[in-house]
Design a protein around this ligand. Structure first.
Ligand SMILES: Cc1cc2nc3c(=O)[nH]c(=O)nc-3n(C[C@H](O)[C@H](O)[C@H](O)COP(=O)(O)OP(=O)(O)OC[C@H]3O[C@@H](n4cnc5c(N)ncnc54)[C@H](O)[C@@H]3O)c2cc1C
Length: 394
């Protein structure tokens, strides 16, 4: 019997498995689908600056911890597996295309500065100094203002997932394919066996890291663990040569240029349940958006499109901790739009709780049985995306 069994092999499940194995625990991951089919594979991989400033809330503290760990993990994964996950501080530009957008940028810039983040406010004329690929859009008068976050970073999700999987195997983690958990047998408050067509599995303790699908096991792990899926669609454009170097953000829409000339265009925020796949209107809008910002992208080939279901929580925080109803059951899910950024911190925090180490950050705000009665932050974000769609036509 292994020490720990993990249900789910997305970025959260694999990061935790790697961390636990590194601390000497025998670990088995039940993987329902290959990496390429997970929401984690679908992510853009944008990491905004993540300072740990005195007034930081719990989500920001988790992100700050994770951000520090990501840079260490990048090197460790490279040393262990030879895979470079592409983590790089390429900088992010935040652009306004109307007066409302400019007002929002001003407020955001004040907030970034209050956190101690490096930020450069740009006049319209100086935007091309920060990103020459925007010269044409500036000449056409598209922008009202902008700021640059020089430390905004990007990671290549598929590479990092491959590196994590390889690192897990090197550390002795057993990854069981096609393992769909359909039922859980308990003995009192203890999980006895986890079952599915693949056969029963036993472990000293279990972690639910099932992303948007975690709610199907909530009866066992905790009634409030009901992440709502929020679909995000992405278009991948291909250019012969790179025309951009910065991440470009307009409202909640973005372009992420990869060094090989590919440009990722994202993303929608759709509260439509467990519906996957891309839609023609969304793909068309993202193509228009890219072409308006960078004319070279108007004719770029669409290499592929995809979607993923982000696991959201009402208060915007993930659930990380022990299930109150279980003596050997834990949860790590609900990371919504920040699951990539927050993955190593989540792994370390939960590994601390599992091994009895002093937690690096306060785990209380992420408690599985915390009250969720406040304003619905996910709904507010989805509403904002819809308002942007209505107010900006590309
Ligand atoms: C378009 C898009 C862009 C994004 N961009 C970013 C970004 O730039 N930065 C960032 O930080 N985050 C981003 N995210 C969010 C991030 O991708 C998610 O928060 C993260 O992938 C969630 O990881 P996870 O491991 O919890 O879930 P998943 O990746 O969904 O993995 C969970 C796994 O558990 C499996 N599972 C569920 N139930 C069972 C069961 N009963 N038995 C067996 N297996 C089960 C699922 O099948 C799945 O494979 C983005 C998401 C999307 C969709």
């Amino acid at each position: 019997m292994v020490d720990v069994g993990i249900i789910g092999s997305g970025i959260i499940g694999l990061s935790l498995a790697r961390e636990l194995a590194g601390r000497g625990l025998s670990t088995r991951v039940l993987s329902r689908e290959p990496l390429q089919k997970t929401t984690s594979w679908a992510a853009a991989g944008i990491f905004p600056p993540a300072e740990d400033w005195p007034a930081a809330g719990p989500g920001d503290r988790l992100t700050a911890l994770s951000d520090r760990l990501h840079w260490a993990w990048r090197q460790e994964l490279l040393d262990e597996t030879g895979i470079d996950n592409g983590l790089a501080a390429c900088g992010g530009l935040y652009l306004a295309v109307n007066e409302a957008g400019l007002a929002r940028l001003t407020t955001e810039a004040d907030a970034w500065r209050a956190r101690g983040c490096a930020l450069e406010w740009l006049t319209v004329d100086t935007i091309p100094d920060a990103e020459p690929g925007l010269s044409s859009a500036v000449a056409r008068g598209l922008f009202r203002g902008a700021y640059l976050l020089p430390t905004e970073s990007q990671i290549r999700p598929p590479r990092h997932l491959h590196a994590l999987e390889a690192s897990c195997r090197l550390r002795g983690v057993e990854i069981v394919p096609d393992a769909d958990v359909t039922s859980i047998e308990c003995d009192g408050d203890e999980i006895h066996r986890v079952c599915g067509a693949h056969g029963p599995h036993e472990a000293g303790l279990w972690v639910l890291a099932g992303g948007s699908w975690s709610g199907t096991l909530a009866e066992i792990f905790g009634a409030s663990v009901q992440p709502k899926p929020v679909r995000g669609q992405i278009v991948l454009l291909r250019q012969a040569a790179p025309s951009l170097s910065r991440i470009l953000n307009v409202g909640l829409e973005y372009l992420v240029p990869r060094p090989d000339g590919r440009v990722l265009v994202g993303s929608t925020l759709e509260d439509i349940g467990f519906v996957e796949g891309t839609t023609e209107p969304a793909v068309e809008r993202m193509r228009q958006f890219a072409g308006r910002l960078v004319p070279e992208l108007a004719d770029a080939a669409v290499e592929t499109t995809w979607s993923g279901l982000r696991p959201s929580s009402p208060d915007g925080l993930p659930w990380i901790g022990r299930s109150p109803a279980l003596s050997n059951g834990y949860v790590a899910t609900g990371h919504f739009r920040a699951g990539w950024h927050q993955s190593p911190g989540t792994a370390c925090l939960l590994a601390d709780l599992i091994t009895g180490a002093t937690p690096t950050i306060d785990p209380t705000p992420f408690a599985v049985d915390r009250a969720l009665g406040g304003p619905d932050r996910t709904a507010a974000m989805v509403h904002r995306a819809a308002a942007d769609l209505a107010s900006i036509s590309w």
